[in-house]
Structure formats: C-alpha cells, structure tokens
Design a binder for this molecule. Structure first.
Ligand code: GCO
Ligand code: MN
Ligand code: MN
Length: 387
C-alpha cells in the first residue's frame, strides 16, 4: 500500500504567498496571522516539499533599504540551506502597488512601464541570487475595464517590447532564465490581456527570442474561462512550452478561488496528473492555492499536505489505469488503424490521388460505437476506488 507521503523527488513546490496567505478577501480582513518566510520553509520541508517560490515582495517588503534586503535574504538563504529547500521559480509583484492600477508593462503611462521594467530587473536579480531558473510573468493588472482609452494594440506592443527587454537583460546578466507567461482571463482586471494558454502561445511566437519563453498554465485560470485545463496543458506540451505549472482548483465561472488541488474537479485533476506523468513532465509541480479563509494555521498545513497527497493518489490511479486490462482493451478497441489507408495520409502526389480515388463506407464509419460510455464508467469506478 502506497503511503502517499511526498519527498523532494516528487518536486512539489508552494509559493511563499500560498501557505503565507492570511485569508484576506475583498470583503473581510485577515483571519490568521502572517507567518515568517524562514518558518514557512521549515514547515514545507517537514511536509516533504521540494521548493518554495516567491514574488520579490513576499520576501523583501517594498521600500526596504539595501541593508534590510540583504539581512532578509541572508536569513532566508540560511533557512533554505538548513532545510534543504530550493527556489526554482521567482516572479515580480506587479499588482499590489497602486502605481500598477492600470497595468505595468501595458500601462498607458510610459513612466509606469519603465518602473515595471526597473522593478522586474531587481526581482530577477533576487531570483538569480536564490538560484531560480524559471521566471514567471503573470500580468494580473495587464488589462482593462474600459476600452475607451484605445490602447489594445499599443498594449500588446508595449508588452512585447518589455518581454524582449527582459529577455535581453537575463541573457546579458548570464542568468539564463526561462520565462513562463501565466495567462488568466480576468480578475483583478475585467479583461486581462493574453487571457488563455492559447493566447500566450500565439504571442510567444511574435517575440524576439521565442525559445526563452513558455507558459505557466494554471488550473483555476483556464477553468474560470470555461476551458479544459488538461486540453490547455496538452497544447503547451505539444508546443514544447510547458515551462512551469500552477496547480489548484476552481468552480467554473466563479471569482478566483485557489482551492486545494483536486478539491473541486477530481476527474479533470486525474487526467491532468496522467498527462504530466505520461509525458514525463520534469519541472516543479507548483501549488498556487491557499487554505480556505475559514482555516487557522493547522488548516494551512492540512491544505498543503492535501494538495500533495491528492497528486500522489492520482498518480497512483494513473498507474492503475495503465495496468488495468479491461481499460486498456477498451482503449485499444477505441483507436482504429487501417494498414491500407493510414499510409495514404502521409502526403505525396500518388497518395493524394489514391486517397481521392478511395471509396469510403460512410454508413459503417458513422455506425461504429467507440465504447466511450463503458470506458468512462471504468475510469470513474477506478477513481471511486471500486476497481
Ligand atoms: C493569481 C495568480 C498569481 C500568480 C503569481 C505568480 O491568480 O493571483 O495565479 O498567484 O501565479 O503572481 O506570478
Ligand atoms: Mn491564480
Ligand atoms: Mn498562478
């Protein structure tokens, strides 16, 4: 019997802002006290996590002096070393400061755009100092409530120029970051630019160094848009662009809920885990979620343990799925190859002629039952624990 206890080899990570979330929401104050970063490191290591990620200001408060910054970073690095945790990913807070209220890289104010670059370069320096190899860019404020300002096309251009600039900076500094764009459809802006994984993938192709950019898809964000997270992640994998991943859960069509991984859509979570495992995704599995506002500190650690435990349970279910003879037979029956026809679907002039000349039994193609009801029921029974 598997124990479902994570180890660093499982590469589970949390943000300082996730287990450090104090339960504040637009309607109410914090419901639990803030926990210090070195303590979060110690507790996450105790639970078997691999690493911890951060925004610049999760660690170093805005306005800290250079001496204060260095002391904070020194203490944090000591905690990482003491507890064997790494910082695989770093990012910038470009959303809290009112300066960014109408966008950071896409602000209509050139001074704000320059400040966003300035802040991000400092945060990249911090991430590099902590050993981060992935740099996430979540454009929370990059969007609009009203389009009367007429900046839609300009904003995309400013965004592109900023990403090109930051990629140059990373290369010149020798940081070697891989940048991961994190799409989200809305919240905090009414409409955020590059709202889905597909939008981000399309935009990356327009950058000067597309090889340095990939995506950081988030379960909740695609779900908010009514889209399938496994489908979005599959497209990122197909494009060679799955640089990082944010796992959590979410009811469709709601505000951003950041629920514990697997809490709401366990079936989609299963197909996601299966996809990551089947394709050998080797990056960190980052839980960008937080304990419910109802919870105290014990609830925070129950939340963190639950995220990892659910992933491991679903990984075990994926193994069972691959070894289940009835399920595998149903999949084999579902997928049909035809030794005469399949070769004709590789293009050559002769194959095209032969394919055009072929007569299909349309009625038989339409009449075939693929067995998906039975296959899906087998999957459900496996997930519900009766297989
Ligand atoms: C959100 C986002 C953020 C980002 C984080 C890292 O909905 O608030 O998911 O949590 O992931 O800012 O860039
Ligand atoms: Mn999110
Ligand atoms: Mn996220």
């Amino acid at each position: 019997m598997t124990s479902y206890v994570p180890t660093p080899a499982d590469k589970f990570t949390f943000g300082l802002w996730t287990v450090g979330n104090v339960g504040r929401d637009p309607f109410g104050e914090a419901t639990r006290p803030a926990l210090r970063a070195p303590y979060l490191v110690q507790r996450l290591a105790g639970l078997g996590a691999y690493g911890v990620n951060l925004h610049d200001n999760d660690l170093v408060p805005a306005g800290a002096s250079a001496a204060q910054r260095d002391a904070i970073v020194r203490e944090f690095r000591q905690a990482l070393a003491d507890h064997g945790l790494v910082v695989p990913m770093a990012t910038t807070n470009l959303f809290t400061d009112p300066a960014f209220k109408d966008g950071a890289f896409t602000s209509a104010d050139a001074r704000v755009r320059a400040y966003a670059l300035h802040k991000t370069m400092h945060a990249m320096d911090l991430g590099a100092e902590l050993g981060a190899g992935t740099y996430v860019l979540w454009g929370g404020r990059e969007g609009t409530e009203v389009d009367a300002g007429g900046k839609l096309l300009d904003a995309l251009g400013w965004f592109r120029d900023s990403l090109n600039y930051l990629a140059e900076y990373s290369e010149v500094q020798g940081y070697g970051y891989r940048f991961a764009l994190e799409p989200k459809p809305n919240e905090p802006r009414a409409d955020i630019f590059l709202p889905t994984v597909g939008s981000a993938l399309g935009f990356i192709a327009t950058l000067d160094r597309p090889d340095l950019f990939g995506v950081n898809p988030e379960f909740a964000h695609e779900t908010m848009a009514g889209l399938s997270f496994p489908h979005a992640v599959a497209q990122a994998i197909d494009a060679g662009k799955l640089f990082h991943i944010d796992l959590n859960d979410q009811k469709m069509g709601r505000f951003d809920q950041d629920l514990r991984f697997g809490a709401e859509n366990p079936k989609a979570a299963f197909f996601l885990v299966k996809l990551l495992e089947d394709t050998g995704y080797a990056g960190p599995k980052h839980f960008d979620a937080h304990a419910l506002r109802t919870e105290d500190e014990a609830g925070v650690w129950a939340f963190a343990r639950g995220c990892m435990r659910t992933y491991l349970i679903l990984r075990e279910k994926a193994r069972q799925f691959a070894q289940d003879p009835e399920i595998q037979a149903a999949i084999s029956a579902y997928r049909v190859e035809d030794p005469a026809l399949t070769p004709l679907t590789t293009f050559s002039a002769a194959n095209a002629q032969a394919l055009k000349a072929h007569t299909f039994d349309r009625a038989a193609l339409g009449a075939r039952g693929p067995g998906l009801e039975a296959l899906d029921q087998l999957t459900m029974e496996l997930l519900l624990g009766v297989r």
